[in-house]
Design a binder for this molecule. Structure first.
Ligand code: F6P
Length: 512
């Protein structure tokens, strides 16, 4: 007997398929499949439009996926997420990033508020000179302890940086040396960002940064360190004074931690108020996600399309192109969020999954990407669902022609992917033919400010969670990163039994 979940999938697979052109015969399609999420802003409201009309989601598919969501107990799992239940079953933990934005179990929200008050106090004290003149911050972390800060600082601090922030993640010393080159040791502080405070790359880079300060005449280098961590005891052991340790809760996952003290460099660069605005934008998405159901829940609707392309159309990748220079790091950020969360092969119950899980997330910046990879999107043999992200308000103050060209190109790409055609004068040359019927979604922001960035990130967090629920997997663990780490440690300790190829490589590099 088939379970309600497999029955829902069977119905989805049997649903009639339509081309985009057929779907667009419905004059109400754009209204039905695009919607805004808004929040209060100075002088009214601001928000983001999510247009999923150029995807193949049809009435049949939407109701089929709504049935699937019900069979997967989406509402129950969402309630568990937002109430602080231990939904990360393999690690016996809750996943309470939304509590950082004021949506969650009351004690967790209160704890987050108290910890945020500490971040604010330290940020303001530093701005007021408590650590002497501070012009530069070298933020050292990796994965979730670096990608969020790097994205947010790059997006928000271009023209209003109060402190010049350098995010260093790679253990390759080239990265740290580059930051040293750009900073004056006398006016530099170091943030060591690590949930566990044990990650080898981060701790090695942090030690080298202290040595650099010491070698350049700073008498008390650890006095220049701020620790951002869920393991404050380890930071104390490492020598950081408690007044400069900004803790966060164990229940905030690494790739969901930008909202916690891991966001310290953002607040230091753009000011506490902007950091709070980012939290508020994220909260607007949380409330939408909590209160809307079925297709009206926009992150869930996006997950319907994601699952349709992955499971039914066999798409192995999805691409994201930000038509905004300030969001250049957004595809990198999404890669960790989506692939570390949903790149799994067993269900929450430990059973093998029956189909593909996370698509491979990739992307870039428009219009650059048009001149590099869009060939494949238009004429290649892969079907790649694409998201376009853009802002109506420009980020520059140059001739408005710049922004107009940027946006028209963005919209033209979505239109061209869908329409297809033939560029030959007789319309018959196969090399110049565009098959069309290729899907895209457009996320159009009123403006790319702090609140909007918060909203964009939170939207994708919930989309990732919704995908995990439809797949029946746990998005909050990441055991897949462990085996390689252990083997590297074994090599370092001179142990481990390795294959002949690895042994030969180690020997060649003088490491065995
Ligand atoms: O190795 C993967 C990972 O655990 C990520 O999930 C995490 O964001 C990153 O390493 C850094 O971990 P930490 O913040 O503990 O240094």
């Amino acid at each position: 007997m088939s379970s309600p979940v497999s029955a829902a999938w069977e119905a989805l697979r049997a649903a009639p398929q339509h081309t985009l052109a057929e779907l667009f015969e419905d004059e109400g399609r754009v209204d039905a499949l695009s919607a805004r999420i808004e929040w209060e802003a100075e002088g009214g409201s601001a928000g983001v439009l999510f247009d999923w009309s150029k995807t193949h989601l049809s009435e049949d598919l939407l109701s089929g996926f709504e049935a699937l969501a019900e069979a997967c107990d989406f509402a129950g799992k969402r309630e568990a997420l937002l109430s602080g239940a231990k939904i990360n079953v393999t690690e016996g933990r809750a996943a309470e990033h939304t509590a950082q934005r004021g949506v969650g179990a009351e004690p967790s929200v209160e704890e987050a508020l108290a910890l945020h008050a500490r971040i604010k106090m330290l940020v303001e004290a530093i701005h007021e000179g408590a650590l002497g003149e501070v012009k530069h911050l070298i933020h050292i972390g990796i994965g979730g302890s670096a990608l969020g800060p790097a994205l947010a600082v790059d997006a928000l601090a271009r023209d209003l940086a109060l402190v010049d922030v350098h995010v260093v993640s790679n253990i390759d010393g080239v990265a740290l040396e580059q930051a040293f080159e750009a900073c004056d040791p006398a006016t530099t502080i170091i943030a060591v960002a690590s949930k566990t405070f044990t990650t080898i790359e981060t701790m090695t880079n942090a030690t080298s940064a202290l040595n650099w300060l010491r070698d350049n005449g700073v008498s008390d280098p650890t006095g220049r360190v701020v620790a951002l961590t869920a393991s404050p005891d380890k930071a104390v052991e490492w020598g950081v004074d408690e007044t400069r340790i900004l803790p966060f809760s164990e229940s905030v996952g690494g790739r969901y931690s930008i909202w916690s003290s891991i966001g310290f460099p953002v607040a230091l660069a753009v000011g506490w108020e902007e950091f709070e605005a980012m939290l508020a934008g994220a909260q607007a998405i949380d409330l939408h996600f909590r209160d809307k159901n079925g297709r009206d829940n926009l992150p869930l609707r996006a997950a319907f399309a994601d699952q349709y392309y992955a499971q039914i159309r066999g798409c192995q990748t999805r691409a994201v192109f930000a038509y905004d220079e300030r969001l250049g790091l957004f595809p990198d950020y999404l890669q960790q969020l989506e692939m570390e969360s949903n790149g799994k092969r067993v269900t929450s119950e430990g059973e093998p999954v029956s189909g593909p899980t996370a698509a491979i997330t990739w992307g870039g910046v428009g219009t650059d990407a048009q001149h590099a990879v869009f060939q494949l999107l238009h004429q290649g043999t892969h079907l790649v669902p694409v998201d376009f992200i853009a802002s109506i308000a420009p980020g520059d103050a140059l001739d408005p022609a710049h922004h107009a060209i940027l946006l028209t190109n963005c919209f033209a790409q979505g239109a061209a992917l869908m329409a297809g055609g033939n560029m030959a004068s007789d319309g018959k040359d196969p090399a110049r033919a565009f098959p069309g019927d290729r899907p895209s979604a457009t996320i159009l922001c009123d403006d790319l400010d702090s609140a909007t960035l918060g909203a964009l990130i939170a939207f994708h967090e919930h989309r990732t969670f919704a995908n995990a629920v439809l797949l029946g997997i746990n998005p909050f663990d990441q055991f897949g990163v462990e085996l390689g780490k252990k083997m590297a440690k074994d090599i370092e300790a001179g142990g481990g039994d390795f294959d002949a190829s690895t042994k030969a490589l180690l020997e060649k590099a003088g490491l065995s």
